[in-house]
Write a protein that binds this ligand. Structure first.
Ligand SMILES: *Cc1c(COP(=O)(O)O)cnc(C)c1O
Length: 366
């Protein structure tokens, strides 16, 4: 089955084989070596140094990393500003609310770009905001939210960024050194091509060990994970085999040329999908400039319901992904993450051509 959903992704043979690695106790030095190497390689993805940055590994999906990031870094006495332009931004507001973190929102329509004026105005009015949470790649729509200008605005107001990079880490540019990113959350089974079960937070050490933050949860307290992992230990059981797979995935990631190579590869596949679907008059929700290379959202052809399209493609070996929430009935999504090839995408387009009868062009002879 070719997975075109935004994670979990198709695994390479090497990653799949790594899952069958030897049984190992997480209190043994072999585990510590594995943990050290994964943490080190995660920092290397964006060339970060261990002195100022830490990669903290967590058992759990990307949401665990996000909840750990928000609860462990925002001080008790400050306010979090959440930028919402899709499901994942709105979910961060819910996390903050659940944990009693004082929170302000900048809501947007799901298909809208971030309104930087509104963000600046809120920061102007709300002087107790110390952190701004934003989704880098809003997987709801495929929109890549630009962080450069937003970072400048935050910096001007003394606020730091907390980034949901769950579906962009490893395939889109992230400028850690020149932007006020305090931390970002990522996961093994999206752009890094690992297996589901491990996620991580990349954080400035200064932000992790701030004395202004008291733990809000026991299990998701990043400072205690980081302290233990720095000592080559772990507070709780880690999914050992999933970490073998992530180590192998990071090895292959490096061999293939790192995030820039992955960006180019996704970009090529995504463009093939876009052009192929447009030739069938299936239009993307957003322009190519606004969209990540990781996933695009498309308008469902009028004649075809989502379930029928999904089931027919699944019968041909492809899993596509529905729109979320209010987009359930009018969008579908296609991701190009994972160990898939341009041949897989060509076959996908052939399947679409069978399913979507080409409507006569209304534009005449042109
Ligand atoms: C997939 C995703 C998540 C949630 O990740 P899970 O692994 O399902 O918990 C969070 N944010 C974004 C932007 C995502 O794409």
């Amino acid at each position: 089955m070719i997975l075109l959903n935004p994670g979990p992704v198709n695994l390479s043979n090497g990653v799949r084989e790594a899952l069958a690695g030897p049984d190992l106790c997480h209190r043994e030095p072999e585990f510590s070596d594995l943990q050290d190497s994964v943490r080190q390689r995660l920092l290397e993805v964006y060339g970060l140094g261990e002195e100022h940055w830490a990669a903290v590994l967590l058992a759990g999906s990307g949401t665990a990393a996000l909840e750990a990031m928000l609860t462990s870094i925002v001080p008790q006495k400050s306010t979090l500003l959440v930028i919402e332009n899709g499901v994942y931004g709105e979910r961060m507001t819910r996390m903050a609310t659940v944990h009693g973190i004082a929170c302000r929102r900048v809501p947007h329509a799901w298909s809208a770009a971030i309104d930087l004026k509104a963000v600046a105005q809120t920061l102007e009015e709300q002087r107790d905001v110390t952190h701004v949470a934003v989704v880098h790649h809003e997987t709801t729509t495929g929109r890549l939210n630009g962080l450069a200008r937003l970072g400048e605005i935050c910096q001007a107001h003394g606020a730091q960024l907390l980034v949901d990079a769950v579906s962009s880490f490893g395939a889109e540019a992230l400028d850690f050194e020149n932007s006020p990113i305090a931390a970002c959350a990522g996961t093994a089974n999206k752009c890094l091509h690992g297996a589901p079960g491990v996620s991580f937070v990349i954080a400035r050490r200064q932000a992790l060990f701030s004395s202004a933050v008291a733990p809000r949860t026991l299990y998701l307290d990043l400072a205690s994970y980081c302290r233990e992992q720095d000592k080559r230990s772990t507070p709780f059981t880690q999914p050992v085999h999933v970490l073998y797979a992530l180590a192998q995935a990071l090895e292959e990631f490096g061999q293939e040329g790192g995030w820039r190579a992955r960006h180019r590869r996704y970009s090529k596949l995504a463009r093939t999908v876009r052009e192929g679907l447009q030739s069938l008059e299936i239009e993307p929700l957003l322009s190519e400039q606004e969209t990540s290379v990781v996933l695009s959202a498309y308008r469902l052809p009028a004649a075809l319901g989502y379930d029928a399209l999904h089931d027919a493609l699944k019968a041909r070996g492809f899993t596509i992904y529905a729109g979320q929430g209010r987009f359930k009935d009018n969008l579908f999504r296609i991701s190009t993450m994972g160990a898939i090839t341009s041949g897989d995408i060509e076959r996908l387009l052939l399947a679409f051509r069978e399913l979507v009868p080409l409507r006569a062009s209304l534009s005449g002879a042109s």
